[in-house]
Design a protein around this ligand. Structure first.
Ligand SMILES: *[C@@H]1O[C@H](CO)[C@@H](O)[C@H](O)[C@H]1NC(C)=O
Ligand SMILES: *[C@@H]1O[C@H](CO)[C@@H](O)[C@H](O)[C@H]1NC(C)=O
Ligand SMILES: *[C@@H]1O[C@H](CO)[C@@H](O)[C@H](O)[C@H]1NC(C)=O
Ligand SMILES: *[C@@H]1O[C@H](CO)[C@@H](O)[C@H](O)[C@H]1NC(C)=O
Ligand SMILES: *[C@@H]1O[C@H](CO)[C@@H](O)[C@H](O)[C@H]1NC(C)=O
Ligand SMILES: *[C@@H]1O[C@H](CO)[C@@H](O)[C@H](O)[C@H]1NC(C)=O
Ligand SMILES: *[C@@H]1O[C@H](CO)[C@@H](O)[C@H](O)[C@H]1NC(C)=O
Ligand SMILES: *[C@@H]1O[C@H](CO)[C@@H](O)[C@H](O)[C@H]1NC(C)=O
Ligand SMILES: *[C@@H]1O[C@H](CO)[C@@H](O)[C@H](O)[C@H]1NC(C)=O
Ligand SMILES: *[C@@H]1O[C@H](CO)[C@@H](O)[C@H](O)[C@H]1NC(C)=O
Ligand SMILES: *[C@@H]1O[C@H](CO)[C@@H](O)[C@H](O)[C@H]1NC(C)=O
Length: 546
């Protein structure tokens, strides 16, 4: 089968059924016309529950959602408690909007003086935020291992003011403290927070969620939402207002995606040129040939001549390992150590298989480890190294690995190897031990990267400080011994010299032995004695767990 026919037949297995009902009208209702979405220059389109004062009628939205236009910024403005917030983006389906205090983008020395209060507003700060605390007029010097962002523009006395993400440990010798929510999307991307000023952080803004009648049914039936004189929700349809929240009677829009009855996940990649697309299809054919119980199955790709590339994957129901360990809804205590060991072994098994198939994963991370309802592992997103071959001389738009997981050796020679996966996998092992994310800017400078943190803690005999307390490290001898053995293995895999790291099949064997309580092959683990491990600079270092 040629690659084209392969992709084509694979796609053929996907049946897309659209039943769209056209709305036909002769003359349009004036309220429907009045509530047409509008925008301020390049800003997002404004519609219910918002309305743009002066450009739309007040019945197109609710009073607390009244917006004005900032003509300089060409963005809509929402007023909350006397402050103006520029609206960068609105997601009507998520009922969320991204806002930035207008002073942050205008004032040369923005100095927020009040905590945000959303009492009696329909808004709430999205739980994914972090607080950036601004501390004014502080009389002590900061410990320099905290990542701080000074407000030098504000200081003109001997007192110092600064912003910090983690303030609990800082004492209280400051005259004023103001918490500013900051969007945490990218919280774990250390690159977003290095070499920037506090103003850059304020400019990131944050996400607000709103609470109002949903417009989804009305809008998707071709209507526009609003309210009547007694503030009751109305769906303005082209042929007049409707009492129900839809312009349709009872038939609705249907979209079905299925393969011979299975759920699938579809990944869409960026536009590409035809030649690359051809090469891409060849690689996809190789990847679809891979079969392993702990790898997500790839069913195929789409597009004959089109520039759009679709990868159709097996769908795995229960989220990623990252979700379970430290996502917004995570409850790490539901993942006992025995389950985590099983996850480690299965992930290693999938990576060993990939390496044996001459494929480097290139983006091993807890976000790419999917779990089904029995916590069976399915490794996803493999093979990107084949789909997007790295080119030294060329600035590539391909995914380059994720901060916190990237092999330090890679930065030296720009050569990915199987040992790069081994390094990234070790970061995942430390996540399993600690339930901490791979990168977290709110940790102290040395500990921003989990890999650094692990190496430092292990070398200073403090592994126990980073073990997830819910695992029973202090109370259960077997847990304690196996956690230590896994940490020891991770330590070997985190060597900055890739030649000192074990290969994936050795990692897999060692983990299997640890799981069976054999503690691995070349390890000097004993209940009483300290472990002996090699430190990254090849000096023998002794450590024990307490
Ligand atoms: C708004 O959000 C959408 C979806 O997340 C994104 O594609 C778009 O780039 C965003 N626009 C701006 C101006 O941030
Ligand atoms: C809506 O929420 C989902 C899940 O939280 C998120 O993945 C998506 O990016 C959001 N969309 C927009 C446009 O913000
Ligand atoms: C941020 O600070 C506000 C008040 O200062 C508090 O209500 C909120 O819970 C804090 N958020 C986080 C994520 O700590
Ligand atoms: C900081 O100290 C200066 C000088 O004493 C004072 O004018 C200013 O109001 C103080 N700022 C805050 C936020 O307390
Ligand atoms: C520094 O000077 C500015 C402008 O004169 C003033 O607004 C600010 O409060 C001063 N800050 C302190 C700490 O005195
Ligand atoms: C802001 O909230 C924090 C935490 O609740 C509090 O310690 C601080 O005093 C508040 N600041 C102001 C200016 O009210
Ligand atoms: C309404 O539906 C259209 C497509 O039918 C979509 O482009 C638009 O974003 C939707 N608007 C809202 C407010 O949901
Ligand atoms: C507003 O709509 C509600 C529900 O459809 C209706 O009961 C009420 O009479 C309407 N009020 C006005 C003033 O139109
Ligand atoms: C898996 O997902 C299903 C459906 O969302 C949910 O009912 C179940 O509790 C989840 N199981 C685990 C182990 O998270
Ligand atoms: C964290 O690790 C990344 C590579 O994963 C590296 O680029 C970065 O410099 C490290 N940061 C710190 C603070 O160690
Ligand atoms: C631990 O030490 C004891 C006594 O020296 C020895 O009998 C035992 O075999 C050792 N266990 C391991 C796993 O090396």
């Amino acid at each position: 089968m040629t690659p084209q026919s392969f992709c084509y037949t694979s796609l053929h297995k996907i049946f897309l059924t659209f039943i769209l009902l056209a709305t036909q009208t002769l003359s349009r209702d004036p309220k429907f016309e009045a509530c047409e979405p509008k925008s301020c220059g390049k800003g997002p389109k404004i519609s219910f529950p918002f309305y743009l004062s002066g450009k739309q009628e007040p019945f197109c939205g609710y009073p607390s959602f009244e917006l004005t236009c900032d003509d300089d910024q060409e963005l809509p403005v929402l007023g909350i408690a006397g402050e103006d917030y520029l609206i960068k983006n609105i997601s009507y389906s998520n009922q969320s909007l991204q806002v930035v205090n207008s002073r942050a983008s205008r004032d040369p020395c923005p100095s927020p003086m009040h905590n945000l209060t959303l009492h009696r507003t329909p808004f709430s700060v999205n739980p994914s935020h972090v607080n950036f605390s601004i501390l004014y007029n502080c009389s002590y010097n900061l410990r320099n291992d905290f990542t701080t962002y000074p407000l030098t523009c504000y200081d003109n006395t001997s007192l110092r003011s600064f912003g910090v993400f983690q303030r609990e440990t800082l004492g209280s010798s400051c005259q004023k403290l103001v918490d500013v929510p900051v969007s945490a999307s990218g919280k774990f991307d250390v690159n977003l927070y290095l070499g920037i000023t506090y103003i850059d952080i304020l400019k990131r803004g944050f996400v607000l969620n709103w609470d109002a009648h949903s417009c989804v049914r009305c809008n998707s039936s071709g209507g526009r939402c609003g309210h009547n004189d007694s503030s009751e929700f109305v769906c303005f349809c082209p042929d007049g207002p409707k009492i129900h929240d839809t312009c349709r009677n009872d038939r609705s829009l249907k979209l079905k995606i299925g393969i011979d009855g299975r759920s699938v996940a579809v990944k869409r990649l960026y536009d590409n040129n035809i030649k690359r697309a051809e090469q891409f299809r060849n690689e996809v054919e190789i990847l679809t040939g891979l079969r392993h119980p702990n790898l997500v199955s790839l069913f195929g790709c789409s597009s004959k001549q089109s520039r759009e590339l679709l990868l159709v994957y097996e769908y795995v129901a229960n989220g990623t390992l990252a979700d379970h360990l430290h996502g917004p809804q995570a409850n790490p205590s539901l993942l006992p150590w025995s389950t985590r060991l099983k996850i480690a072994v299965e992930t290693a098994s999938a990576l060993k298989y990939l390496h044996a198939s001459k494929i480097i994963h290139r983006d091993v991370k807890s976000n790419n480890i999917l779990l089904d309802q029995n916590f069976n592992v399915k490794v996803a997103d493999f093979g990107l190294s084949r789909l997007f071959p790295m080119d030294k001389t060329h600035v590539s738009t391909a995914p380059q690995g994720t901060p916190g997981y990237v092999d330090p050796d890679y930065h030296l020679c720009y050569q990915l190897s199987k040992k790069s996966d081994v390094y990234s996998f070790a970061v995942v092992l430390m996540e399993l031990i600690s339930s901490l994310p791979a990168v977290d800017i709110t940790r102290t400078r040395q500990e921003i990267n989990l890999s650094n943190m692990a190496v430092v803690k292990i070398q200073s005999h403090k592994l126990h400080e980073m073990v997830d307390p819910s695992l029973g490290f202090d109370t259960d001898t077997r847990v304690r011994e196996t956690v230590i053995a896994v940490a020891e293995l991770a330590f070997q895999c985190l060597q900055s010299d890739k030649d000192l790291r074990p290969c994936m099949s050795h990692v897999m064997d060692t983990l299997t032995k640890i799981e069976n309580n054999g503690f691995g092959s070349n390890m000097d683990v004993n209940k009483s004695g300290p472990l002996v491990v090699q430190s990254p600079n090849s000096v023998m270092a002794k450590w024990d767990s307490k």
